[in-house]
Design a protein around this ligand. Structure first.
Ligand code: TPP
Length: 304
């Protein structure tokens, strides 16, 4: 049997069994230390899997931090300390300097600090970030309650459209296309939602593999059913223009596109905050599985 026979999540289940762990299963590990919690998370960005060598290195550095901060923010924490491990071919020094300029900018923006790391020679470029965050009250995938509403921040689907535009390698892009590319290359983790998540969310996570795929994680860990109403999905104007121009359906991008790094969370409808860019897109009830407009839904980014 190979990894591709059981997939990424089958593999994680198998590894969790070997470890005999009862705590693995959220975007971050939540470790209590006195009256605060340490949130620990790690995410690897690998050349040709997550980015290409021709992308601006500053953007790759920025994104390697953002995807980790997104996990901590999605669990209701503030990012604090970072370790960066590099797997490196013998590259131009200027490339690595620009990569680290992006990492530094992200640290300033998210208010965290690189405190160490490691370097090893490798065939392909890889950036492995380990992030420690702090939270007085972490929120994980478990805890969604029947009767909660399902909310999402920002807009969905832009990143996948940006990735498709990048892979077209066009000589010239329209402004709205450049905005979508920017959202793919330089996502911003939603640290502006940390307090809201801490205060109100029953379950929460960030969206990296796609809305439907990630909603399944909340369903499984919380033992609930989630119904998404596709007429309520938030689209950006840029995504709508992209879909019009290339004959695509924006719902496909919002439901199954990956790397949005928006947050997905549940709480009672009454806690909806009109001053935040959150959309109510569905409901939580007793049962299991993710449904879109009443039909069972599967799909999203798969590593294997
Ligand atoms: N091909 C390239 C060159 N770049 C990409 N970003 C993708 C494909 C699409 N892609 C790569 S990983 C991924 C997607 C949509 C999903 C998210 O990454 P993952 O490592 O699973 O993040 P995690 O869930 O661990 O936070």
């Amino acid at each position: 049997m190979r990894v591709s026979d059981i997939g990424e999540f089958g593999l994680i289940r198998r590894l969790t069994e070997i470890l005999g762990s009862e705590v693995i299963g959220d975007d971050c590990a939540h470790l209590q230390l006195g009256n605060t919690y340490l949130l620990l998370t790690t995410d690897l960005m690998l050349e040709d899997v997550h980015f290409l060598r021709r992308y601006p290195p500053e953007a790759v550095g920025w994104k390697s931090l953002s995807v980790n901060v997104s996990d901590v923010a999605g669990n209701g924490g503030e990012p604090k300390w970072v370790l960066v491990s590099l797997m490196l071919p013998d590259l131009e020094l200027g490339y690595i300097e620009r990569l680290y300029t992006g990492i530094k900018k992200a640290c300033e923006f998210y208010r965290c600090e690189v405190v160490g790391g490691n370097v090893s020679r490798g065939e392909r470029l890889g950036i492995d970030v380990f992030l420690v965050g702090l939270s007085p009250k972490p929120v994980g995938r478990k805890g969604a309650k029947p009767g909660d509403s399902l909310f999402v921040t920002g807009t969905l689907g832009d990143s996948r459209a940006g990735l498709e535009l990048l892979s077209m390698e066009k000589e010239k892009y329209e402004d709205f296309e450049l905005a979508l590319i920017e959202r793919h290359l330089r996502p911003t983790a939603r640290i502006d939602y940390v307090k809201h998540i801490q205060k109100y969310a029953n379950a929460s996570m960030d969206i990296s593999d796609g809305l439907v795929a990630d909603a399944h994680h909340i369903c499984e860990r919380s033992s609930v059913r989630i119904d998404i109403d596709s007429s309520k999905l938030p689209f950006s104007n840029e995504l709508l223009r992209f879909c019009e121009k290339y004959g695509k359906d924006p719902k496909d991008y919002a439901l199954y596109g990956g790397e949005d790094y928006q947050l997905l969370f549940t709480h009672p409808k009454a806690r909806w905050n009109p001053f935040l860019d959150m959309s109510e897109i569905g409901i939580v009830s007793e049962g299991k599985g993710v449904f879109v407009d009443g039909k069972p839904a599967e799909g999203g980014y798969k590593h294997f």
